[in-house]
Design a binder for this molecule. Structure first.
Ligand SMILES: [Zn+2]
Length: 343
């Protein structure tokens, strides 16, 4: 693919109807929107001009560079995402940004509980996000989207089950265009192993939600085994440490568990020390389905096109490699539901 100019690469990528299966709501809010909201309500960080504010929202290479430093970036958006209209506007803009980037299938992740501090209910949070996406879809009917609800690891397994019961009515089968398609856990991995959430994932499957799981970003391959055995996910977020364990690679290939690859994010959280060391080529060689994703467009300062350009440059991907990656993202999408079952 590198034989083409960057402009031609971008044009090819945008023609492929890419899917982004891993994008967080609160990490993908436009900086200018947060700036405008901070002028309207109050400034979460007084004394900064717009440029300083924008830099504060993005990952800082001068920081310590851990997963925890990365997660710190999500505090500012939370100041403003407690209100229905703001959530609706942000969801609309995320859909618009994705569409402009050439994405035609977007799965947007959100933990609704953290947006209920001003009194919204969990269902109102999800309703506002659905409404924002649907408003965009009205003008762009070729844009497919779904919501993946995240339970925070730090809230524990019982809260994850309670959350699932509360979102039953937001299931995609009850909604014409956008509903909740999947379930996920996220947050610091170390104190909260996958086994704590086995009951929640059983319930998610019974309720007809697809399952993915952040794992192997900050922890070793043993936690990925645990996630596969206890949670039965169809996809995994990151799973970078799987590369250290050959039998695990064979298991992922055998079970066709797709890995959601987020190159910029993995570099920033130091899940990998350099892009050249990223295990993507080894995963593909082992026969594991993979798709490129953004994780957080604002925090990671990226887009899906940028992630593909990075992969093309770093791993010298051919046009057929790129087409295969895009196709796997489409095939493993919970929104399209081709070739997947809930079990
Ligand atoms: Zn993530």
């Amino acid at each position: 693919m590198r034989r083409y100019s960057i402009e031609d690469q971008i044009e090819i990528l945008k023609s492929l109807k890419m899917a982004d299966l891993h994008r967080h709501f609160d990490g993908s809010v436009r900086p200018e929107t947060l700036w405008n909201l901070s002028q309207k309500y109050y400034s979460a960080i007084p004394g900064l001009n717009y440029e300083e504010f924008r830099r504060y929202l993005c990952y800082d290479a001068e920081g310590n560079g851990s997963l925890i430093d990365y997660l710190d970036k999500f505090d500012v958006p939370l100041q403003y995402t407690q209100f229905y209209d703001n959530l609706l506007q942000i969801a609309f803009e995320i859909a618009e940004d994705a569409y402009t980037d050439g994405i035609r299938t977007l799965e947007l992740r959100i933990n609704p509980i953290i947006h209920t501090r001003a009194g919204l209910t969990i269902r109102q949070v999800l309703h506002s996000v659905r409404k924002g996406i649907m408003k965009f879809q009205k003008e762009h009917p070729d844009f497919a989207a779904g919501i993946v609800v995240i339970a925070l690891r730090s809230h524990g397994g019982n809260m994850a089950r309670i959350l699932l019961r509360q979102i039953a009515g937001e299931h995609h089968q009850y909604h014409e265009r956008v509903g909740v398609v999947g379930f996920d856990i996220a947050g610091a991995e170390r104190p909260y192993p996958p086994i704590l959430f086995s009951g929640a994932y059983r319930l998610a499957a019974q309720m007809g939600f697809f399952k993915t799981c952040h794992v192997g970003e900050d922890e070793g391959p043993e936690k990925i085994w645990e996630a596969l055995d206890c949670l039965g996910p169809q996809r995994l977020g990151h799973a970078v440490s799987a590369v250290k364990d050959a039998p695990l690679l064979r298991r992922l290939a055998r079970d066709k568990v797709l890995i959601e690859i987020c190159l910029s994010s993995n570099l920033q959280t130091r899940a990998v020390h350099s892009l050249a060391e990223h295990p993507l080529p080894k995963f593909l060689e082992a026969g594991i389905p993979c798709s490129l994703c953004t994780d957080n467009t604002t925090v990671s300062s990226t887009t899906l096109v940028k992630e593909y350009l990075l992969a093309i440059e770093t791993f010298d991907l051919s046009e057929s490699d790129v087409r295969k990656l895009v196709a796997m993202g489409q095939d493993w999408s919970f929104v399209r539901r081709t070739g997947l079952d809930y079990s």
